[in-house]
Write a new protein. Structure first.
Length: 158
């Protein structure tokens, strides 16, 4: 028998799984559903197949644990020295279940990093350019011969 994702979350946190009729368990269930939905939605948008169950469960577990540890988007720290004190607020979470870039990479759900354009430096069929001297009876000036491509003088496919 395999442990449920809730058991694994509890082990990761070092706590017991909340009782199924409690608000805490309902929260865990909602966060697991949210993380799973984020993964399936991203796979659909990228037109990629969904990752396998083991990878998905790992990322869902890590995302839910991270959210449980830091559920709010702010943390206040107060430092007191003698009669004075100073308080600062730091951002610690987005306040919702999120999946980090390293997890998207782990799942293989990263958008391709294509550029604005590409240049094909080795075309399938190399022909001399229209301005090449070979068309006028001279030697090649378009450098097709230099790169070692096979070409025909009349421009037909070799």
């Amino acid at each position: 028998m395999t442990a449920s994702i809730y058991d694994k979350i509890a082990v990761e946190l070092g706590v017991a799984v909340p009782e199924s009729a409690t608000a805490d368990f309902a929260q865990w269930q909602q966060w697991v559903e949210d993380a799973t939905m984020l993964i399936t939605d991203r796979a659909a948008r990228l037109k990629l197949s969904a990752p396998d169950e083991a990878h998905t469960n790992y990322v869902v577990r890590q995302a839910v644990v991270a959210h449980i540890k830091k559920p709010d988007d702010a943390t206040q720290v107060t430092v007191s020295v003698d009669d004075g004190s100073s308080s600062r607020t730091y951002q610690s979470s987005k306040g919702r279940v999120t999946i980090g870039d390293e997890w998207w990479d782990f799942l293989g759900l990263v958008a391709s990093s294509g550029g604005a354009f590409s240049i094909d430096t080795t075309p399938n069929v190399a022909r001399h350019m229209p301005y090449c001297s070979i068309y006028f009876g001279g030697s090649c000036t378009c450098l097709i011969d230099v790169v070692g491509a096979r070409v025909s003088v009349d421009g037909s496919d070799p």
